[in-house]
Design a protein around this ligand. Structure first.
Ligand code: IPM
Ligand code: MN
Length: 339
């Protein structure tokens, strides 16, 4: 059998991004997966240097890779030189929308000592619509009568493909259950669409149980009884907020991985840890690479390298060292040793 050589675009980005990405690639190489990389200099540092965020040509080039690995994007806290939204909308969301990465898949495993110790669940977050779509505007800016609107866009097509992905995931999960999280009692238009789509799609998956929680209640359950969840499906903004909470109760954002997926594979999918650039610890060997390594596991699954993915996942799961003591290189060395 000839081995496939995967092409990976690498956006190390800012702060600790390049450090954790390098560690993750080292681990992927160690399990014998063949790949080529091309680095893309994008993020806050690049923007501050020459004003470049992302253009159409670079986006098209990224689309052609088998996968994109991203470290972290963003300036240091307190650095006000970059207007809010420049990189978020101009780079990260532009890739999510432009490459049609319509699912943000975030699996969580409660590590020892965490509130959700031993729990396994995942959040399937719609990734191209909702309040993130950019619908809205400002009138009479700067006056006493200023108006700002920010609509939530929910299309039947967009909701359905996300919900279907959640059901597919749940049908392969240890507990076959999907929980829709929304606020149907207040956001009645969008909530009704989401509810009807879930009711329609569940008919295709008779073995998957279905539950519903309001988003505020889900915040309580995630802390007090996370065992009730297997696959949560929710809109873009609820998914953003819930996944930070889920990261916190399962052991910290240092462990949380994410996959921005185009399940239809019409272009590259993007894999990134949920954490940020943590400029305060750059170059100190203190960044925990486990979230980036777990994101690489999701990348390998997407690339069809299931065996390699499972091998790394097992070692990450059984990892018993203290990342705060071992540091980036220590954690990486231990992972390599155990593989
Ligand atoms: C995330 C981040 C992004 C989001 C920001 C950086 C735009 O918080 O990936 O969760 O809101 O989606
Ligand atoms: Mn977030």
């Amino acid at each position: 059998m000839t081995q496939r050589v995967h092409s990976i675009a690498v956006i190390g980005g800012d702060g600790i991004g390049p450090e954790v990405t390098a560690a993750a690639l080292q681990v992927v190489r160690a399990v014998g997966v063949s790949f080529t990389t091309k680095e893309f200099d994008l993020g806050a540092a690049r923007y501050l240097r020459d004003g470049f965020v992302l253009d159409e040509a670079t986006l098209e080039e990224l689309r052609g890779f088998d996968a994109i690995m991203l470290g972290a994007i963003g300036p240091a806290i307190g650095d006000t030189r970059i207007p809010g939204g420049t990189l978020e909308r101009g780079l990260l969301l532009r890739m999510r929308f432009g490459l049609d990465l319509y699912v943000n898949y975030r699996p969580f495993h409660g590590v020892e000592g965490s509130l959700a110790e031993g729990c396994d669940f995942a959040i399937v977050r719609e990734n191209t619509e909702g309040p993130y779509a950019g619908e809205g505007g400002v009138l009479r800016h700067g006056t006493a009568h200023e108006i700002a609107t920010q609509g939530s866009v929910n299309t039947r097509f967009g909701v359905e493909r996300c919900v279907r992905y959640a059901f597919e995931r749940a049908s392969r999960a240890p507990v076959a259950k999907v929980t829709l999280v929304h606020k149907t009692n207040v956001l009645t238009f969008a909530g009704d669409l989401w509810s009807r789509v879930v009711a329609d799609v569940r008919a295709e998956f008779p073995d998957v149980a279905v539950d519903y929680n309001h988003v505020d209640a889900a915040c309580i359950y995630l802390v007090e009884d996370p065992t009730r969840y297997s696959v949560i499906v929710t809109d873009n903004l609820f998914g953003d907020i819930l996944s930070d909470l889920a990261g916190a109760v399962t052991g910290g954002i240092g462990f949380a991985a994410s996959a921005n997926l185009n399940p239809a594979k019409t272009g590259a999918s993007l894999f990134e840890p949920v954490h940020g650039a943590a400029h305060d610890i750059v170059g100190t060997d203190r960044a925990n690479p486990l979230a980036a390594v777990s994101s690489a596991v999701l990348m390998l699954e997407h690339l069809g390298e299931d065996e390699a993915a499972a091998r790394i996942a097992r070692v990450v799961r059984d990892f018993d060292g203290d990342a705060a003591i071992l540091g980036t290189s220590g954690v990486t060395a231990r992972l390599l040793e155990r593989l």
